[in-house]
Design a protein around this ligand. Structure first.
Ligand SMILES: Cc1cc2nc3c(=O)[nH]c(=O)nc-3n(C[C@H](O)[C@H](O)[C@H](O)COP(=O)(O)O)c2cc1C
Length: 216
């Protein structure tokens, strides 16, 4: 099937993109409004885009009804310039999902989901104590795009529980961390537990030798 996305409804593009750009990591973002009210919500339009400087990006669409207002996360980051990406792992998946419920701004998803918080080191917004890793971010730029925005955050500090780091790299022990990814909506996620496959990079000399040996 082919889809003309220049002339299709946004819902069509959404369904295709979330199914085809998958699996996606999930950023459970904590942010605060100007009065210090804490908010948490998951975002899977999320990745890192630069390491020098370290930059992550999140796509935050507006609420659909009734007035297409910005979500609390986008509004908070615009007003206070800070946020924390809490890495979503299997053990906090159900709590993460409660944070996606559209509670009014005055209700605290963090408490309702059963999360507790710990102060961050470089930003005022706390991280979630139950998350095994977190990225402390300052707003680098926000690009308004149609009925939403792409928020770029500069990562100013990273926290990882000791048992998930090999300090020699430092490498993240991803096989132990059990991060989950979001798939095509419809409540579908993937586990990363026991799911790793190894595909080592091939140096050019090895590739040429393989070819010359008749293996490529
Ligand atoms: C796993 C998951 C991923 C999500 N990813 C996004 C996303 O990338 N962009 C977005 O705008 N909403 C996304 N949502 C929906 C928001 O989490 C939801 O609208 C939330 O209520 C926003 O909360 P807030 O108003 O407190 O910011 C996602 C929901 C789930 C469960």
């Amino acid at each position: 099937m082919e889809f003309d996305l220049e002339n299709a409804a946004a819902g069509v593009a959404y369904k295709l993109l979330i199914g085809l750009v998958a699996p996606r990591p999930i950023a459970l973002i904590t942010s605060m409004d100007e009065h210090g009210q804490l908010n948490a919500a998951p975002f899977s339009a999320y990745n890192y885009f630069s390491v020098d400087p370290p930059i992550v990006g999140i796509g935050v669409t507006n609420r659909s009804e009734p007035k297409h207002e910005p979500k609390d996360t986008a509004r908070n980051i615009r007003r206070t310039g800070e946020f924390v990406v809490n890495v979503v792992t299997e053990d906090i998946a159900d709590k993460m999902n409660i944070c996606a419920t559209d509670f009014p701004a005055e209700m605290n998803e963090v408490e309702l989901a059963g999360f507790t918080t710990i102060p961050s080191t470089r930003v005022r917004v706390p991280r979630l104590a139950e998350a095994h890793a977190a990225l402390e971010c300052r707003e680098h730029a926000t690009i308004e795009v149609g009925r939403g925005r792409i928020i770029l955050g500069r990562v100013v500090a990273a926290y990882v529980e000791d048992r998930f780091v090999d300090p020699k790299g430092p490498y993240i022990l991803a096989e132990e961390l059990h991060a989950i990814g979001r798939m095509n909506g419809l409540g579908n996620y993937v586990r990363t537990r026991d799911a790793f496959i190894q595909i080592p990079r091939i140096p050019l000399a090895d590739w040429k030798k393989n070819r010359d040996d008749g293996n490529a």
